[in-house]
Structures are given as structure tokens and as C-alpha cells.
Design a protein around this ligand. Sequence first.
Ligand code: DGJ
Length: 711
Amino acid sequence: MPMISRAPDTGVWLLTTPHTSYALRVDGTGAPCHLAWGPRLTPSEADALVTPAAKPASSFEGRPPVGEELPVDGGTRYGPPSLQVRYPDGSRAFEWQPTGHRVLEPAPGTAELVLEFRDRVHPLHVALHYTVREDTDVIERRTVLRNAGDQHLTLLRADSAAWSLPQLSGYRVSHVTGQWSAEGQVHRDPLPHGETVLTSRRGVTSHHAGPWLMLDSGEASEQHGRVWSAALAWSGSWRITVQRTPDGRAGFTGGVGHEGTWVPLAPGEEFTTPVFAGLYTDGGFGAASRAWHAYTRRHVLAHADETAPVLYNSWEATGFDVDEAGQSALAERAAALGVELYVVDDGWFGARRDDRAGLGDWTPSAERFPDGLGPLAETVHRLGMRFGLWVEPEMVNPNSDLYRARPDWVLHLPGRERGELRNQLVLNFARDDVADWAYDWLTRLVAEQGIDFLKWDMNRAFSDAGWPGRQDGNDRLWTGYVANLYRVLDRLRADHPGLRIEACGGGGGRVDLGILRRTDQAWVSDNTDAVDRLVIQHGFGQIHPARAMSAWVTDVPNQLTARTVPLRFRFHAAMSGLLGIGGDLTRWSEEELAEGAELVAEYKRVRHLVQHGALHRLSGPLGEGPTVVQYAAEDGSETLVLAWQRGPRHGVPRSPVRLRGLTPQARYRDVRTGDVHHATVLAEYGFRPDLPSGDWASSVVHLVRGGGDEG
Ligand code: DGJ
């Protein structure tokens, strides 16, 4: 079946992915209307969904609030508009007038439908884009708006897409909230009637909410049930409004900006929204997560097929106390442990001795690195590791040469105080001169200092978000900032194809599909306590793959929680993502260094499963029993089971977990013990991770297919 087809009689567009269908049509009024999103349909089955418009329940009802592809402000519509425009005459309505359609093949195995419209009265053109691929059920949607007139328009709301669900018996919404060092807390709540808003008003994705959601009828579980999910690829302020209507429907609309942030559209200007991708899966929350992970690895991350190196980061070991001798000593020890990428964190530049000064002055501190970073880069390279560096290009300390020279470069409102967080101000990246300045010093730094990896940090939310001196600047900056951030990252990657980048937002303040398209991994949280981390990683993994999840082993008592757990437990927690080490290796005992080296070597033997395999959450991190996750090779040839037990309580039954993704009837050999297991027993009757008794037990079991007669 073609990925995109149109029925000549009914005008139904049918979008087909490997396991799902999406159908829509332009109705008699010219509005694009939703028909189906769910299991596969044939064209004639999709046609059968076209029914005469239901009569409104009463003369008090207008168009149904759920069921349009992009509900506008205009006509008898009373739901939250996905598109709301202010025209020069002050009016706001939009009337759909179809002007054409196109079916494109932007790449092999990819098809794109473009439905084109304009407003019936004003010269505003709107194109709805749908991209489907033959290797994923994720459907990417975005909207392109063009001002074809000669007067300025304002997009009061320009969402990427609205998604409608089929009518279900009930509705539940899954999403994450959080705060600094407690990101990714998963909630599964009944969907309230009315409107529910998930949003960031911070100018950045935020620690406080993730720009994604999952909806189900209330009956889905980790392994079973139908789930409709969506994720917005945007790293600035955002808003998703979910609706549950009195007539029993549910849907949601999402896009850039929080309420009251507008997108100016000058004559001739075009605004392309970010992608708001949607996914229907049958197979519970686990299947939804795995489908997002596979999509992200194939179509979002640029280098997901590479093996990510074991990393060392100096932040928790040295804080701002960074110098050539100290870093070289750590690098020697890191290399001996098996580390492959050494990253110098904050404190290497200007007058940066703490968080009160120096941000913005991106030259190596002459006092700490008298000969620049070259000698340290050389040491790191000589030790066989790649060299990485922390940067925070979007920020400035008022106590810096940059701020003294360019106080006008920060977001501010004339006549009002410039509100500081962490003693820093936000540079207005929407200004091309600011973005160009950042690009210039970054590209030079990378080339001149032999940098292989950047950790790109962003440690505070917007405030006083003004852009004096620029007509409509205060509106433009919300989207312009992110567009320029993306532009700088894209240019850097084009200039330096070997450069890899870690996204960081004071921990997990900037994790979304937009930033992951331009970086290679994300620092998930500043909370490195292995126990808390299991919960945070559980939240991250709902949508994002382990291939992008940076995780470090740090020292105990943990600097944030004061908790002490064994080195092994800390390693195992970090080994379920991209293993990094962040402890002060100069203080590790010989035994700790030896155990660490063994665990690094073990990670290297199994990391292909973590980084490229399919994640199965066998037992979550919030119950009393062990937390168990499994990473299975796509072809069933190998599998890895990681388990952690906090403190066992006597008498609490320990149920076995049923392994997934195994080849039926095969046998699997435990690489460490040599024990051979039947797949049927592992999958149907269960497997008990071999957890030693006592607090903070953990284990890693690597099973490889083969080992004895099959059957
Ligand atoms: C916040 C990051 O999340 C930390 O890992 C560290 O890089 C600090 N910033 C440095 O200021």
C-alpha cells in the first residue's frame, strides 16, 4: 500500500505507517478534518469513516471542539485554537480556503503530504505537513505559515498540530513534571474534563515539565493496551493543551510559546513550526517508549549508530577548581580506568572561580592554563582519550568583560531591574550579532584547542524578556532565540563533523526532540544519587532512548542527598545509559580503582545492547521490589538484565520477571556463570535476578543465545 493515498470519491487522505493509519479529509467548508488515528485501515475502510456531519446536540453547539486537524479561531468554534492570527484591522478569524496539495518523497522510504490553504479574506497562507516513513509509526506534523500580504500580522497562537483521539470509554494522561535535580517524575492521571495545560514559560524546555504526553483509556499497562502519544521537537517555551469534551472526545494541540507569547509575521515572512510528532501503539507504555526510542535513534540523533564512549567529567570532583595539573592528574587516572572521553567542566576560562564571575569571557584562564588548553588537550589525546569541554554560550555574568562591553546584549526591559538567577543573565540569542559572536568563538575554540566534544549548558530560565530597540523584538525573541540556537549548533556540526555535543540545561532542563536533533546526548540531571537517578532515568526513558542518556558514577556520600550506596550499585545505575564517571579519582582507593576498571570493561562488553537494543522495563523504580530493566538485541541474539534492590523488607514476596524480546524456544547462556536457560522459561515462567541479600544490591546479567541443544 502506498504510504500516502487519496480516495477520489470521498477525498479521504490515508497515511499508512508499518502498523498504523491516519486519515483526514477537507470537509465541505474547506476545513481539514480528522477521521482516524490508530490501527491499520484499508482505503475502503477509511472511506467508511466518512459520515454525514452529526447534527449538533443543540442550537448552543458550534463545530465540535475535537476533530479538526488545526482548529482555528473563527466561525462557531469555542475550543482552544491551534491557530489564532491578529490582522492589521484587529480581527482574528481564519477561514479555510483550500489552494492545493502535494505529495513529496523527501528521502527514500519517506513520504510527505502537504495540504495548502489560505484565509478567505486576508493573504495568510497555511500549509499542513505530514511526514510518514516506512520504518516507524511516528508521524511528524508541522505547519508553515506565510504572510503573502504587505502588512504585518501577528500569530497569537501558531501550534504545530492538533491531534484527535478516537472516542474511548475513559481517558488517562501520562506526562512528567519535576524540578532541578528531580526531573522526569512520571504521572499517570485520569484526564480531567475541560482543558489541561502542560507548558514551560521559562524560555527553555524546562526541568518542570516535558513537552510530550501519552493518552490511553485508563486500561493500558506497561505491556498491554492502546496508547496515543506525541512529542514536540522544541527547546523554548511551549504549550500543549489537552481537552476532554462534554461529548466524550479527547484531543490536544501543541506548539511553541506559552500564553501571551506571539510570533510576528512581517510581509513576505514565513514561520515554520517545530515538528509535533505523534505515535499510536498497541502494546502498552513499553511499546510506545520503544517505538519512540527507535524513531529517535533512526531519525533524530545524527550519530546514534556510533558506540558512545565512556566519559569522565570533572564537575563533581573539582567544581570550579580547574587547572592544568589537577585535570592532568584526573585524566591519567581516568585513562587507566578505561575512560575514552575526558571532559573539563566549568571553571576553565576567564575569571571564573565560582558562579559569580567570568561567564561570557571564553578564553582559557591565564593563571590556570598558562599555555592555553593545548597542553591538556595533548595530554588527554596522548592518553588515548577524546577531549571535551564545558561551555555555556547563552549566558553572561554581570561581572565579566563581555557584559561590561555589551550590556545591551542581554534580555532586559529598559527601566527595570535585570533579574539574576545563579548570578547570571541571559544573552539575547535571538539577536543575530549575539548568535554570530557565539558561533565565531565556538568554532575557533573547537578548531584551535583540538576539542572533540562540547557539553553545552544552559543554567537559567528567561526573565525580563525584552529586546529593546527592535520593532516587535519582545515578541520575536521567544522563537528567534531558539531558531538562532539551532542555527549555531547546526553550523558548528557542519564545520566540525567529528564534534559530538552533549545538551545540558542545569541537568535535565533542556531535553526534547528539537535539541536531540542537534546534539548527541543529554545530561539528564544534576542529581547523581544512584537511587534517585533510577527514578529520573525512568522518566527520561518514557520517550528518550538510553543512547542519549548520560549517566555518571560519582562519589559517596552523594553531594546532594548524602546517601551512600556501593560503587557497584552506582556503576550499574550509570551502565543503563551512557556510562560516565564523575568522582574524584584521586581519592579512589586502589580497590575502588580496580573495581571501577572491571566495571568499565564490563560495560564495554555490553554497551551495544544498552545503546542500540530495545528497552523493556520489567519492574519500575517506585515499588518495594527490585527495579529491573532489560535491553534486548533486535534479533533476539543477546539480552542484558540490570536489577537494583534498595533495602529488602523481610516477607515481601519477590516475584520473578518475565524477559522479553527472546527468540522463542532458544536457549540462552549466562555469560558470567555459564548457566543455560530456556527462553520459554525466562519469558513465560520468569527469571529471578541474582541479587545478593542486604541493602543496595544490584546485578547485571548478560545472556547470549545458544549454549546447548535448542528446544
Ligand atoms: C550545571 C550542569 O548540569 C553541571 O553538570 C555542571 O556542568 C554545572 N552546570 C557547571 O556550572
